[in-house]
Design a protein. Structure first.
Length: 57
């Protein structure tokens, strides 16, 4: 009995984060700082950066 695999049954949901100050979209960027990889959330409109998207609140 061949059924669909578990991965094909799951749905993919993405969440868009919006900056509360200017209304711009928040995107995650990867930066290399002194040999270490760091992920930083940055607003595309006002260029504000935080460690993660929920820190903008």
């Amino acid at each position: 009995m061949a059924g669909a695999s578990k991965n094909s049954r799951t749905t993919v949901a993405t969440h868009k984060f919006i900056c509360p100050d200017c209304g711009g979209e928040i995107v995650m960027k990867t930066m290399i700082d002194s040999g270490k990889v760091k992920s930083v959330a940055e607003c595309q409109k006002c260029k504000r950066t935080e460690r993660r998207p929920k820190d903008f609140k």
